[in-house]
Structure formats: structure tokens, C-alpha cells
Design a protein around this ligand. Sequence first.
Ligand code: GLC
Length: 430
Amino acid sequence: MSTSSLINRAISVLRLNDTGVFTKPGPHQYPHQWNWDSALIALGLSHFDLPRAQTEIRALLTGQWQDGMVPSVVYHSVPSDYFPNPAFWQIENSVNAPSVPTTGITQPPLLATVVRMLHDRHSIAGFVQEVYPALLRWHRWLHTDRDVDGSALACIIHPWESGTDDSPRWLHLFERIQPEALPEFQRGDTRHVAATERPNRTDYERFIYLIDVFRKLNYAASELLAHSPFLAQDILFNAILFRADEDLHTLAVSLQQPTDEIDGWLQKVRMNFDARFWNENAGLYYDYDARTGKTIPVNTASTFLPLFAGLPSEMQARRLIEEHLLNEAEYAPAGDVHHWVTTTSRAEPTWEPRRYWRGPAWIIMNWFILKGLRRYGYNETAELIRQDTLGLMEREGFREYYDPRDGSGCGSTDFSWSAALTLELSSSSS
Ligand code: GLC
């Protein structure tokens, strides 16, 4: 297939999922607006319809809470069979809830990075001025209402906030969460996708149990930090936040806005990141269980996200890449694994090649990793991953994730961010 036909197919998928105001991540499985999906979708849209990309971002920000949180999902009152639905979240219990229906949790803050990329490429000062205050408020909320120890590192209170729902890095935390009673619910996610490719039942019950805890606490920030049974400092989330703070800083400078507050976050996070996450013995970053104060020694592809943020030293980068990413027992294709990049090290006993975030290759992770590799001069490996990623999409279509052994597509079909990142990865500006 020619590059131009792949590009045209990617555009058709974004058009297919476009409701006019927001773009669904997947036509059946994900019928509302998701936070970090939207950021990537806007990036994809900007390659052929910049005004529509801006609409996407505006639509997401209509869901911003009064305390600054930008929620993981904005429902936009579109009827659907999706669970959990707005009635389940009961966000009206919170004094900070917005007027549109949303979830009561957030997602990795990628948006400021995308706005900066769009501004660099298209000089959209008016739009930047319009959305900057909302971005600043969101980052402020993350660095204050989600700061449990004065480190300026953000905590997440639910695995869904990590964007990598059933990643094995959360299993240790789940072991100590024993739901006493579960509210009544009916899963919707296994209606359109095989159950073997979705989170297993025990994980899912904990996801639901946590929401029940939060709604009983009326989503009050201090109560959540004090009582959420799940409280983690996530490498991926904090690396994305650090890079987004830097991008927010650039936007502030371009608008001639003060930067002291952002400087403060950057300085603190830079100071605390290694102490909290870096493990010198393993040569890896590990997530942190902020409830028990323990490191979570699980090797997943999130460990490479600091490369995307430019946080590791040259030496740390070398260890991450040469000892782990290029290691055929962990991430590099070898044996019956032919594709980049498994989301969990294959040396972890919990690795599962077709189950959601337990191990398949996800295009979003490939994108983060290849951008990180380029930052550290590993251009050849970055190019290998780029080619492999585009090849998967050409062969299998824009799927949600891929079995890294044979490249077969899994999860949702016509998945928006896979299409959006195809446009990005095919472009010379990427
Ligand atoms: C799943 C993913 C999450 C994504 C959402 C919509 O929940 O884990 O990262 O944002 O689907 O695509």
C-alpha cells in the first residue's frame, strides 16, 4: 500500500469517529471524549484540518472542573451503552463538578505538549491565549491537590488515571485492596471486544470499587489523598507532566505571562524525580506506592517515558536503552516476538501478549519511546520503531493494540489515536 493511501485511510477513521464536536476514540468501544486521546486526535487532525483540531481541544476543556481538573472522560450527553456512565459516577456530589457530565478522575496531562506542538507549527497565538488559563489551572491542580508529600510529583488515585489501566505495575497495589462490597454493575467493555483482550474480572472489580469509594467521599481532593486505597506516583504520568510543564512554560513566555510558578514545579520535580523513581541496581525507573511508601519493582515500558521528557542523564538513558529496550529478553523483538514495543517486559511473569495493558504493543507507547530515543541520539532505533509501527497499521488497520508476536490487531477497530499517530509519524514535521 502506498503512503498516501495509508494517510487517506487514517483521515477516514478520524472522520468516521468525528461527532462534529469531539472525536470518539473508537466507534463502538469508546463513544465519548477521552482526555489524552483528544490531545493526540487534535495532533492528527491538525495535519489536515487545523480549525477542527482546535474544536477538539475546546470540547475537552468544557469538562474542566472548577478546581482545575480536566477529567478522563467528558460524556457530552451523547446517549450510549458505555459503562461506567454519568449516573454511576455521581459527580454532582462534588462542589467542583462542571455542568457537563464527566468522570471524577483525570488522565495523563498531554494536552499542553500538543498545544505547544501546534503553536510551533502553525503560530496560533490567539488560540494559545484562549486555552492557556485552563492548562495552567489543570497543572496547578495536579501539583497541589495531587501532591501528597510536598514533592510536586502528582499522585494518581485510580489505575485509569495512568492511562494504562491493567498494567502489571498496579498488581501489587491491587493485592492489598479487598473490596468489602461492590455496587451493582454490568461491564460494557466485553460487549465489543473479546474478554481475553480486556482486563480480567478481579482487576475490573477493583476499578469499580475505587469509583464507589470516591463518590462516597464526594470527590473532595483532601479526602481522596487521605483515603483512596490506591495512591501511586506514576513514572509515566509524572514524566508526561514534566514535559508538559516545560511546554506550558514555553507557551507562557510566548504570551508574556509570568513563569515563576511553573519554574517552581519544574525545579522541584527535577530535584525529586530520580530520588523517587530511579533504581540504580536495575537501571530502571520504578513506580511508587505512595500509600505504603514502597517502590513497585515491575519492569514495564513506562520506564522509558522519562526519555520523552528529557529527564535521564546520558548514562541513565544508555542503561535504559541498551540494557533494557534493546534487550531481547525484555523489549526488543526476538524469538517469536517480531514487533516493537511490548508494554511490559517479557521477563515479567505477568506479561500477556494480547491482554490490554499487560503486554501488547500500543502505538501511543511506540510514539513516546521513539521521540525519547531521538532526544538521546538513538535515531536508528527510533526509525526501526517508526517503520514497524506504520507497517502494523498498514497490514492490520488502525487497531487499539497489537499482539507483538505476529502483529495481529486486538481491541477496538478504527481506533482514533492509532490513525492520528499515523498522520504524525508519516509527516516530515514529526
Ligand atoms: C482505555 C485506555 C486509555 C484510553 C481509553 C480510550 O481506557 O486504557 O488509555 O484513554 O481507553 O481510548
